[in-house]
Design a protein around this ligand. Sequence first.
Ligand SMILES: [Ca+2]
Ligand SMILES: [Ca+2]
Length: 176
Amino acid sequence: MNKKILFSAILSVLLLAMGCGENPFDPDGWKTKSYENFTLRWRVQGSNLEVELQGPSTGWIAVGFAGSYMMHDSNIIIGAVSGSSVSIRDDFGVDSNTHVSDSSLQGGQQNVSDKAGNEGSGSTTISFTTPLDSGDLYDNVLAAGQSCTVVLMCGENGNDNLDSDYRTIVNTSITI
Ligand SMILES: [Ca+2]
Ligand SMILES: [Ca+2]
């Protein structure tokens, strides 16, 4: 392979990666996906997944991993910030439009730690850590390098009720 072809090949890979909205070049292992005014960052640390989500609402925001359509069968982590108070809950998408706390499902439990968040003008950011394999039926098993669907959602501005209807819901995919 001559240098010109090699350069083209590298450039193509870079453009492909950028085109997907994922940035694979963070030295600390963070990956980023920006999609429809949401920005999702994640990295694998040992047996855990560290996540930071920014969404376009001062109400609740949520990310769900490895579901099928919309919320269905997705391991959803939902959070809201009000002043210094941050509430983040480990949920599951029981159908395409409905998510409930894992704690309300038989055998389900909360598997989110390192909860933090803040609210800016028109947006909310939450961060948390969750096991790649919690053993909970309502948290889908993930692995580094795995391609996985994500659902991104938010509620109306100012609505921090985690059980209220979404204003926006989008599906995309990432590589863990
Ligand atoms: Ca759980
Ligand atoms: Ca869950």
